[in-house]
Design a protein around this ligand. Structure first.
Ligand SMILES: Cc1ncc(COP(=O)(O)O)c(C=O)c1O
Length: 421
């Protein structure tokens, strides 16, 4: 229970396809019973810097919250709640159809237009979640006979889209533009007319780092490859005006395909795909499975995201981003001062490497039960022995919340140093 991962318990030679998975569930249950499975937590109220909730076995917890994706603290912003209530009163709560039929609402159409202006792209297509946007775009763009060249750490929705596309998938070492260029040159030499999709993220959520996107776009253009970048974790909360890492790299509106999610900064769920090609949206409506054959986002989602963009794009947004950045710097400073290993660049994600899976599972449980709510990320999401807390900072955190987290991290580390001594 201290070591291993879910796939170690899967039984591939069991003839009943459901039963194959039962030992995986049993293993997770028994980890939960022994306080070694910090997943499937639930909250009992709104998302706040201090929150209460329950572990999967019902054990209650309460404490400073560094486990929610609400980077600008918009989840409970009064204007967002009012927007949701107003939309529900005016439009009801359901989209009642796919966007290819009659699932769009005046609000979702307005959101697509608002996003186009905000992002600097000619066309933006909404999806009900970020996952469906990523999976759908990659799977639609690449076909059998094509090539997908993808960062080894790119998000699961992009990896699974690549696998399901039928194209040949090439994984390149994290952030290595040199490796991309080498690969593109080999593919082009052998197949001058093949389609090539290069996939990366503007900010990686496990390591909190970014590629040189201008250089990567230039490499792609020179080999007639299409670049797709996912900005789920930085749009809205980074860059002087909230346009994310693309803004800090002077690339707003200038990559081939931009993909994003509203679940981190924009207080809702939903995703989008943006390009500068008029006509691509209509093709997506008709020929992209997770667009064509799923219900469109609800009017409530669209209204809330529209309101979030207004906040992000205002002086209030700028001051929330400044507050977030101060919090990130304070948290990183305090952790470093106490000898913790943080990696990556400053962003709302602060990865703290703990090490082996056994120790990190025990330490995570200890943190949560002692009032410091964190998420654990372990293999296969990150390399073995690189298990980490993926701390997620909010604009609404105060120095006192951050200090409390670091104080508890020190106490937890000390408790386990005593045990292993
Ligand atoms: C980089 C990235 N892309 C896409 C997604 C999927 O977004 P959503 O959770 O909004 O469906 C995530 C979510 O974790 C993500 O981290």
């Amino acid at each position: 229970m201290l070591y291993g991962m879910a796939k170690d318990y899967y039984v591939p030679d069991e003839i009943n396809l459901v039963k194959r998975w039962v030992p995986v569930g049993d293993w997770l249950h028994s980890r939960g019973r022994h306080g070694l499975e910090p997943y499937q937590k639930s909250t009992s109220g709104s998302i706040q810097p201090v929150t209460a909730g329950r572990l999967r076995d019902g054990t209650a917890f309460e404490g400073v919250n560094f486990a929610s994706q609400d980077y600008l603290s918009l989840a409970s912003h009064p204007r967002m709640i009012e927007a949701a209530q107003h939309a529900a009163g005016k439009c009801g709560v359901h989209s009642a159809g796919s966007s290819s039929l009659m699932g769009n609402s005046a609000l979702s159409i307005a959101l697509e237009q608002r996003l186009e202006a905000f992002l600097g792209f000619k066309e933006c297509t909404l999806f009900p979640t970020g996952w469906t946007a990523g999976f759908g775009a990659v799977k639609m763009l690449a076909r059998p006979g094509d090539h997908v060249v993808i960062d080894i750490l790119a998000h699961a929705c992009l990896q699974e889209g690549a696998e399901c596309s039928g194209a040949k998938v090439h994984r390149f070492p994290h952030l290595s533009n040199t490796a991309v260029e080498r690969r593109l040159s080999r593919i082009r030499a052998a197949e001058p007319r093949a389609g090539i999709l290069v996939v990366t993220e503007t900010l990686f959520s496990m390591d909190s780092d970014s590629p040189d996107i201008a250089e990567l776009q230039a490499i792609c253009t020179s080999y007639d490859a299409t670049l797709l970048v996912d900005c789920a974790h930085d749009l809205g909360c980074m860059g002087p005006t909230g346009r994310g890492v693309l803004e800090t790299q002077s690339l707003v509106g200038k990559v081939d395909v931009l993909l994003g999610a509203f679940s981190k900064t924009f207080g809702s769920i939903g995703g989008f795909v943006a390009t500068n090609f008029e006509g691509f949206r209509s093709a997506m409506r008709a020929c992209c499975g997770p667009q064509t054959f799923t219900n469109a986002m609800t009017p409530i989602q669209a209204a809330v995201i529209l309101e979030a963009i207004e906040i992000v794009d205002s002086a209030e947004g700028a001051s929330l981003r400044a507050k977030l950045r101060n919090n990130i710097d304070h948290l990183r400073d305090q952790l470093k001062r106490q000898g913790f290993k943080t990696i990556g660049d400053p962003s709302a994600i602060v990865p703290v490497v703990i090490g082996d899976s056994g120790t990190s599972r025990k330490m995570t449980h200890h943190m949560i039960l002692n009032g410091a709510i964190v998420n654990l990320v372990e293999s296969p999401a990150v390399a073995r022995n690189q298990s980490r807390w993926r701390l997620q900072v909010m604009a609404g955190h105060s120095d006192a919340h951050i200090d409390r987290l670091v104080e508890q991290a020190c106490a937890t580390r000390q408790a386990f140093e005593r045990v292993s001594a």
